[in-house]
Design a protein around this ligand. Sequence first.
Ligand code: IMP
Length: 467
Amino acid sequence: MASKIDETPAAPAGGLCTAVVGLQWGDEGKGKVVDLIAPRFDAVVRYNGGANAGHSVVVQGERYALHLIPSGILYPGKLAVIGNGVVVDPEVILQEIEGLQARGVDTSGLVISDRAHVVMPYHKAEDELRELALTAYGGNPVTANGAPGAGGSIGTTKRGIGPCYADKAQRATAVRIADLIRPDLLRQKLILACGIKNPMLRGLAADAGVEAPQFTPDEIIAWATPLAERLRDSVRDTTYLLHDLRAAGRPILFEGANAALLDVDHGTYPYVTSSSCTALGIPAGAGVPGSQIAEVIGVVKAYSTRVGNGPLPTELHDATGETIRQRGREFGTTTGRPRRVGWLDLVAVRYSAMLSGATSLAVTLLDVLSGLPRLRVCTRYEVPGGEPSMTDRFIPDGDLLAEARPVYTDLPGFTEDITNVRSRADLPAAARAYLDLIEEVVGVPIRLIGVGPARDQVIICDETSGG
Ligand code: IMP
C-alpha cells in the first residue's frame, strides 16, 4: 500500500546510485523490488541482457510482461534508460511501447543508448539453429545429481542474445542503435553481415537437418527502416545523460536483468547468458563507475529455480518440487517453459552476494513455502574425487558443479498463511528461523521480504531491530 511503500528507505545520501540484482538463476522477483522502490529515483536503468529477461507488471489491473523497458516507465516523469550494455530487439521494444501506450502509459521517458547493440533477424535464426545443432551433436548426459551434463544445448530463450553479443565482440558486422538510424552505414554493415551469416546459417541448418533461412540487405533494410524511424527520438548518449543526472544530485536505480549465476564470467559457464548480470556489469553496461553505487539490493527467491540447461545442485524431481512450481507459478515470463525447482542454495547465494557487494537482501516468495513440513537449505557441497571433500565455496563451472552434491541443513516448516503478515516479528517462528539462517550464512541483512504477488504484500524490515 502507498503508506508502506513510502516507508522504503530512500536512496542513501552521498552515493546516489542503487542497484537491484538477482542472486540466483533469474526470476527472483527483481521487478517487484524495482517497482516498490522506483518512486525514490529519477531514472531506472537497464545495463545488461535483452529480451531474454522478463518481468510481469500490473498496469490498470492487467498483468503485462516487459522484457526490455525498465519498469520505471510506469511512473510518470521518470526516465527509463536502456544502457549501452543492453541488446535491443527493435520489434520487441516497439511492441512494448505500443502495449504500454494502449493502456494510457506515457512512454516519453524512454531513452535508448546510441551504443546499445541491435538484435537482428539473423541473430534469432542463428540462436535457434545453434540450439538445434548442439542438440543434434550433444546428448546432454545426465550427471550424478540428475542435472544435464556436458554437451548438448544451452537451452537459450532463442531471443538472439548470444549471437548479438558475439557480433559485438566481433565488431565489423555488429549493428548498434546509432547505425540503425544511419541508412548508408547500415547498408554497408548488412552487406558484410549477410555475406558472413548466410553460409554460416546454411552450415548450422545442415547439421540440424532443417532448411536454412537466408537474409538479404534489402529485406533487412525494409524491415529496419520503419522501426528505426519510430525509435529515433528516444536515442541518446546515455552515459553523459546518467552522469549529468548524478552531477545534479538525482538518484539513479540500476535494474539487473537475468542473474548472477547466469553471468558470462562468473556464472555456471557454459550454461549462462552472454552478458554481465551482477552489479559488476553496471560500469561497463551503463558507463557509471562502481564507486558511485552506494547500495546493492540482492534479490533471493526463498527457494531455487532455473530455466534452460545446466546444473541446479538442489533440484527437486519429486512432488515437493511440483508443489513449489505450482504454488510459485514457476513458468517462464519470456518462454512459458516450466522452471526447474529446488531447495534454497546458500552456497550459491553467498557467492553471488559477494560478487555484487550486496548491502542488503530482499527475500521473495516466502509465502510459497508455507505448508511444507520440512525446509531444506544447502549450506555446503560434497565434491567427488578420490576422497570426497566438503566445500562451502561455489563452483562456477557448469560441468564441475554438475558433479557436486548438496549438503543440507534441515529446518521445520510452517503451515500458517503469511500473505497478510506485514512485520518480520509477526511471522511464524519457523519462518523467522529460516530468514535468520539466510542472514547468518550470507552475512548480509534482509531488508525486504515478499509474502505475496501484490505490490503491498511485502515486509519492510526495521534496520535497527533487524526485524
Ligand atoms: P539466453 O540468454 O537466451 O542466451 O539463454 C541462456 C540461458 O540463460 C538459458 O538457460 C536461459 O533460460 C537463461 N536465461 C536468460 N535470461 C533469463 C532470465 O531472465 N531468467 C531466467 N533465465 C534466463
